[in-house]
Ligand binder design. Structure first.
Ligand code: ADP
Ligand code: MG
Length: 630
């Protein structure tokens, strides 16, 4: 193949620009990325060699070498892994295959693009070499191809790259970084070693560097011919808990998650029994940018007997725990397990159930800890991941009871952190249901007219304002035998919470207002299915409520926004017989034209107060103005 020039895909150019301009303050990560690619390449070879042992050629010992050349000012990362064919070099080192990365790039705007933390999150990969290099040369030969089918890929990391055929007797890849001016710090053994031990100690292959020796005559270190390992080279999760330090656990987490922060919690266990496996699972401290993407695969890597099998094995974690990162190493699964096989395997089901329970225990021990610091961690977890955990209430019936105890809410009692157990511990005498309201925002919920009577009587109401809440409520009906009840559905029935006198007063009002109600109903024909007197209002003249079986106004709006057809049913208008406006309405003559206007305004205001949208806002404004003047 003659020398060819190719242009980078547009997204790659964007990444290259970002990488070289924003990651400078953290430039040493290039080594982490290139070592991780070398390690992946060895994993891939080991995996393909399961069926084709001849791929090992005469070199069965996989390893990574890191070296430098002071004169040439180059750093080389070399592996004897799977290697790249010419086509693969063009495809993999010229485009971005990972759709998540592309999506992420598209989402970043303005200043965010400069945020190295955000960029670090998705793993900048091979292109990070250009942070310190103004030219990268990759020489590679794919395992199994003849020596003359090697490839040299070379680029300055701007617009394009060159590819040509070379002869390369040894299998695998050498990545040669030609350092930029001023990057000579990486031409020192101790510097490279310290970066390797910071980020890559857990890599399960030996990472080798040339041994050094003190040359007394010239008073400097000189490189010897032998190579020596500079990492521990044992997979971290295979070591026993007592041998691993917190710092090592944290570094491993950062390596697999690209998170710049330490994890919130982790669990490391060897599980024995019907299915044998090791799990090392982490809960991040912060939500990743793509938490809301339910199609995203999970962050758990699957190994079988230390052999890496696949990333993102979604069969290992339920969707609602997609934020969990870590490693599962099975002793029972076949090495050639495919994604399809994973879905059906009973061993995998057992691993998934066991791991789900582990994660829930981890969360429970934070939430119920004696230690305020741990409980505070749970509060932080809840802020970032609570909405995702709520998905589990509907998705994971087997663990629903445990999940429900982990839920935290806002309520009229406290803005955050209210558990259902807290709520139940504060039930009023005679209260046997858990009241809640759903709304578009916390302030809309707090100011809802429907809450007035509950406030007056000091009865706590849960304020549910997240999109997932309505869905969760369709799977959650009670807690400890106490049904959950919306305060915006059906006629308010406070049961024993109301005294005899109040009940009597309400009945009298209903009787007295009968003629007004009939006229209101006629005036609101087609808008309200019913008009009735209520005791739930204290300060507001009116509110709208829906029937027990109907969907709430909040849910109807959410469905509409999502472009889904919401079943339309008219709400009921409830009026407060003690309110001056309502009294005024009652005093108006049947022939008075203002009655119709006032009725419409009352209804529109009730809709607005619960966060609804008026179909004809102009007509509303006109009527209000007429009333103001009249
Ligand atoms: P990622 O490692 O997340 O896939 P990178 O940008 O780090 O993304 O690497 C891009 C691709 O280039 C890899 O997926 C792999 O196909 C190829 N590649 C990079 N380094 C090597 C290597 N040392 N040996 C073989 N292939 C490599
Ligand atoms: Mg990589």
């Amino acid at each position: 193949m003659d020398k060819q020039t190719h242009s980078f895909q547009a997204e790659v150019k964007q990444i290259l620009h970002l990488v070289t301009h924003s990651l400078y303050s953290n430039k040493e990560i290039f080594l982490r990325e290139l070592v991780s690619n070398a390690s992946d390449a060895c994993d891939k070879l080991r995996f393909e060699a399961l069926d084709h042992p001849q791929l090992f050629e005469d070199q069965p010992d996989l390893r990574i070498r890191v070296s430098f050349d002071e004169q040439a000012r180059t750093v080389t990362i070399s592996d004897n892994g799977i290697g790249l064919s010419a086509e693969e070099a063009i495809a993999h080192l010229g485009t971005i295959a990972k759709s998540g990365t592309r999506e992420f790039m598209a989402k970043l705007e303005g200043d965010q693009k400069k945020d190295a933390n955000l960029i670090g999150q998705f793993g900048v990969g091979f292109y990070s070499g250009f942070i310190v290099a103004d030219r990268i040369t990759v020489e590679s030969r794919r395992a199994g191809l003849p020596a003359d089918q090697g490839v040299r890929w070379s680029s300055e990391g701007t617009g394009d790259f060159e590819v040509e055929a070379i002869t390369k007797p040894s299998r695998g890849t050498d990545v040669v970084l030609h350092l930029r001016e001023g990057e000579d710090e990486f031409l020192k053994t101790w510097r490279l070693k310290s970066v390797i031990s910071k980020y890559s100690d857990h890599i399960s292959l030996p990472i080798l560097m040339r041994a050094e020796e003190w040359d007394a005559d010239n008073a400097k270190q000189v490189l010897k011919d032998e190579w020596e390992p500079v990492n521990k080279a044992s997979a971290l999760w295979t070591r026993s808990k007592s041998e691993v330090t917190q710092a090592e656990y944290d570094a491993f987490y950062q390596q697999i998650s690209y998170d710049t922060e330490a994890p919130l919690a982790f669990t490391h266990n060897r599980v024995e029994g019907r299915s044998e496996y090791t799990q090392l699972l982490y809960i991040p401290a912060k939500a990743p940018f793509d938490l809301w993407n339910r199609d995203k695969r999970g962050g758990v890597k699957l190994y079988v007997k230390r052999v890496f099998i696949m990333d993102d094995a979604e069969a290992l974690m339920p969707v609602y725990l997609r934020f969990v990162k870590g490693v599962i190493d099975s002793a029972d699964l076949p090495l050639n397990v495919s994604r399809e096989l994973l879905q059906e395997s009973r061993d995998v089901k057992a691993i998934r159930e066991g791991s789900t329970k582990r994660v829930l225990s981890m969360l429970e021990s934070l939430a119920n800890s004696e230690d305020a610091g741990e409980r505070d961690k749970y509060a932080r977890f809840w802020t970032d991941f609570g909405q995702v955990l709520k998905e589990g209430v509907g998705e994971d019936h087997a663990n629903q009871e445990r999940l429900v105890k982990l839920l935290r809410f806002s309520s009229t009692h406290a803005d955050t952190g209210v558990s259902l157990a807290d709520y139940v511990s504060r039930l009023k005498d005679g209260q046997d249901v858990i009241y809640y309201i759903t709304a578009d925002s916390l302030s809309a919920a707090k100011n809802s007219p429907q809450l007035e009577i509950f406030r007056k009587k000091g009865i706590e109401v849960l304020l549910l304002t997240e999109r997932v809440d309505e869905w969760m409520l369709s799977h959650l009906f009670e807690f400890e035998g106490k049904p959950l009840q919306s305060v915006a559905k059906g006629a308010v029935d406070l049961g024993d919470l109301q005294d005899e006198e109040e009940k009597k007063k309400a009945e009298e009002a209903a009787e007295q207002f009968k003629p007004v109600l009939d006229r209101l109903k006629a005036a609101l024909e087609g808008r309200a299915k019913e008009v009735r007197v209520t005791t739930r209002l204290v300060d507001s003249p009116a509110c709208v409520v829906v029937d027990e079986g109907d969907i709430s106004g909040h849910l109807a709006r959410m469905l509409k926004q999502a472009g889904q057809a919401a079943p339309t049913s008219q709400p009921t208008l409830e009026i407060n017989p003690d309110h001056a406006l309502v009294k005024k309405l009652g005093g108006l003559d049947a022939a008075d034209t203002r009655f119709g206007d006032l009725a419409q305004v009352l209804f529109d205001q009730a809709l607005l107060a619960e966060g609804g949208v008026l179909e004809d806002p102009a007509a509303y404004v006109k009527r209000v103005n007429a009333l103001l003047l009249g």
